[in-house]
Design a protein around this ligand. Structure first.
Ligand code: GCV
Length: 715
């Protein structure tokens, strides 16, 4: 007899199942607000002020929901509640005022939490901040009430914490509904329009509010003709999306096309210095904010992979970005302008052009020319979201510009949500990277994007820098993210956006505790153990059976899944490894290569330049070496390829075994549908890892003629 899994059509609760609310829900809780809770101005907060009564209403509904599920009660603020959430005009008490507010933030996002003899009081100056305080209490479960007395202030490190959706309104013939999406369709669009039922979007905003993300760009940065109209004809529809996210304090952004004045406005040009073009953008922005008063701003991909941009008019990217900045400035809007600009029509025979150099070459000379409300959004690496690449030197090269770090939660190059690959350790490494080593007070990338980089001018510092952005991995899949365990990546991004110093394993622990909470909030310890075994090192495991030593790509062109060592080698995309019979890697040195190492400040410009000091994990990113080059581990490059690829597959087998060890908990501590989906994905991961191992090992054996020192099977 086959046991049938009954699939609940409602989306999976992710990290907010009712069980996660148990500790607070069992208690007497209250909300105190000095302001009227009834919606004003149609329920829309005045731009930038975030006095949205809707969020207060949300908070009350959260407390009702938690107490109804767990037997507690919502009481009067003066009825001795165990938990009091109080909106105040100014947070008082020891210490300075709440930190972390910039002109683009929706007011102070921080809150104060005091636990005194088991009674907890959260105070904040805005409803959204208070909501963050509520989710802080939820995250801490019983210990929120039973821990030692505390008086703490919490505020997000970054003023802007954005998720970008690469969702198309129309299904794109090649890229589908969601470009690089591995979780079904879009939660925003279906059948060529904004969905009628946006309840799932509100649930998404709730999940995001519980992590710290406060802005969502709802369409693809590759803006096709249909999607361009979101800016004009479809504004009322965009307003519906904004209304669906507003109750949780999440603001809406749109990706726009630089050519919009021509394609939508009928003008003969999109030249950023043309007066009619400037007037067109001002009118467009005025209409947007008239329709959505708390709209966030625009995201732009220009002169990149076929998207239009200022180069067509002999203008640069500061001219382009400032055009839009001028249009949104009266509304306190922000322009996220992407630095992902390179030549995608390169001649593979040309060894002098280096895609890694492109963003810095285009943008660093423009430092200081961007308007105060422009954020230059920089991918973490100089190539494209690879499993391993160097940190982009742009992040150290534009001190007078608000910079945002761009990450990719959707697993385009890291297993497409068929492989378990927990990315927080990788993001943490990038955030913690110190571009000046111990110099410049040891400032790290996370300081730069918070506006605290060396020599940041007041405008950058006061705005809190450009913050952080990432490409979402969410779709209309029941589990939101295709692979249920990929939810951990979405959660981790939100938590790192709030506090980039959090430990990845601690974030995972939080995620497990919430997501797998039983009805009374408890967690089966074996589930925690197994999930750490599967996920903690999964990014390094993935790295070990895919492209080695920072060389990148080697994926199937187009869809980017699975191995194809030479797939991009003779293409125009600028992503080469230069493997021949003797060696492999890209010479990016100043001495003999493309000179990319020169884009870094000291110490890295010399550390990377010198084969003797370049870290092994980035060796092939910076150097072309013989297969017999000996790594610090004592093995040669080619032996390292063999060893890591054999070991990587074994580690996947161990992950499969760790998950299977939970079989007796299904159903119960482990829901049957989650188990079934995870098993299906792990089986594919193992199949794919074996394929990667065998193709990579065979390729390098055939190229080099050097056998595996341990005589293992290579084809
Ligand atoms: C949205 C990579 C992806 C593209 C993506 C692009 C970008 O090249 O493969 O699908 O386009 O990055 O970040 O703009």
């Amino acid at each position: 007899m086959t046991s049938e899994i009954v699939v609940d059509p409602a989306p999976h609760p992710a990290w907010l199942p009712d069980g996660a609310l148990a500790a607070a829900g069992r208690r007497r809780v209250a909300v105190a607000t000095p302001e009227p809770a009834e919606p004003q101005r149609g329920g829309v907060a005045p731009p930038g002020s975030d006095s949205s009564p809707q969020v207060v209403a949300t908070l009350r509904a959260e407390l009702e929901r938690a107490t109804a599920a767990h037997g507690g009660a919502v009481v009067d603020p003066d009825g001795s509640p165990d938990l009091l959430l109080a909106l105040v005009h100014e947070v008082s008490g020891p210490g300075a005022r709440l930190p972390a507010r910039g002109p683009d933030t929706s007011g102070g996002d921080g809150f104060r939490i005091v636990r005194d003899g088991g009674r907890v009081t959260v105070t904040a100056e805005t409803p959204t901040a208070l909501l963050h305080g509520w989710f802080h209490v939820v995250r801490h479960g019983e210990t929120a009430f039973t821990g030692p007395d505390v008086d703490e202030r919490h505020a997000p490190a970054f003023a802007l914490r954005v998720l970008d959706h690469w969702d198309n309104v129309d299904v794109h013939p090649v890229m589908g509904q969601v470009e690089r999406g591995y979780s079904g369709g879009s939660i925003f669009y279906a059948d060529g329009r904004v969905r009628d039922d946006l309840s799932r979007v509100t649930t998404y905003a709730r999940l995001l509010a519980a992590t710290g993300v406060d802005r969502v760009c709802i369409n693809n940065v590759n803006v096709h003709a249909r999607e361009a109209r979101l800016l004009t004809d479809d504004l009322p529809e965009v307003a519906r999306v904004a209304a669906a996210m507003r109750p949780y304090g999440v603001r809406t952004h749109l990706a726009v096309s630089f050519a919009a004045p021509m394609t939508l406005g009928g003008l003969p040009t999109s030249d950023p210095l043309d007066d009619d073009v400037r007037a067109w953008w001002r009118a467009a922005a005025d209409r947007v904010w008239a329709t959505i008063p708390d709209f966030g701003g625009f995201v732009v991909k220009a002169d990149s992979e076929g998207q239009p941009g200022p180069f067509a008019y002999g203008r640069d990217h500061a001219d382009g970005a400032n055009l839009l900045a001028e249009a949104v400035a009266p509304h306190d809007g922000v322009v996220h302008w992407r630095a992902f600009v390179y030549d995608h029509t390169q001649d593979w025979r040309d060894r002098t052009t280096d895609r890694a150099r492109a963003a810095y070459d285009h943008f660093a000379p423009l430092d200081g020319r961007f308007a105060d409300n422009v954020v230059v959004q920089v991918k973490h690496g100089p190539i494209d979201f690879q499993t391993r690449e160097a940190v982009s030197p742009v992040l150290a090269g534009m001190p007078a510009t608000r910079l945002a770090l761009e990450l990719q939660v959707t697993q385009e190059y890291t297993g497409q949500q068929r492989h378990a690959c927990y990315l927080a350790p990788w993001w943490s490494e990038n955030l913690g990277f110190r571009p000046w080593g111990a110099g410049e007070d040891g400032a790290a990338v996370r300081d730069v994007v918070a506006g605290r980089g060396p020599s940041a001018p007041a405008a950058v510092a006061d705005a809190g820098g450009g913050g952080i952005a990432a490409v979402s991995n969410v779709g209309d899949d029941r589990f939101w993210t295709g692979h249920p365990l990929a939810q951990a990546n979405l959660y981790a991004f939100g938590r790192l956006a709030w506090d980039p110093t959090l430990e990845p394993a601690a974030i995972l622990d939080e995620w497990v505790g919430l997501t797998f909470a039983g009805p009374d909030g408890g967690l089966e310890p074996r589930v925690r153990e197994a999930l750490h075994a599967v996920l903690d090192d999964s990014w390094r495991t993935y790295e070990s059976y895919t492209a080695p030593l920072g060389v990148g790509f080697m994926v199937r062109p187009g869809h980017h899944y699975g191995p194809d060592v030479d797939g991009y080698e003779y293409t125009p995309w600028g992503t080469y490894h230069f493997a021949d019979r003797d060696g492999i890697g890209v010479d990016r040195t100043r001495a003999t290569g493309t000179g990319f190492t020169g884009q870094y400040p000291e110490p890295w410009r010399d550390v990377y330049e010198d084969l003797a000091t370049c870290p092994d994990e980035l060796l092939l990113f910076f150097h072309h070496v013989p297969y017999t080059h000996v790594l610090r581990s004592g093995v040669t490059v080619v032996q390292h390829v063999y060893d890591t690829h054999f070991a990587g597959v074994e580690r996947v087998r161990e992950a499969v075994a760790a998950w299977e060890s939970l079989a007796d908990l299904v159903p119960g501590a482990l829901p049957a549908d989650v188990d079934a989906r995870v098993r299906e994905r792990l089986a594919e991961q193992l199949r794919s890892a074996v394929e990667w191992r065998d193709q990579l090992n065979t390729y390098f054996f055939r190229k080099s003629g050097i056998p595996d020192a341990h005589g293992r099977t290579i084809f």
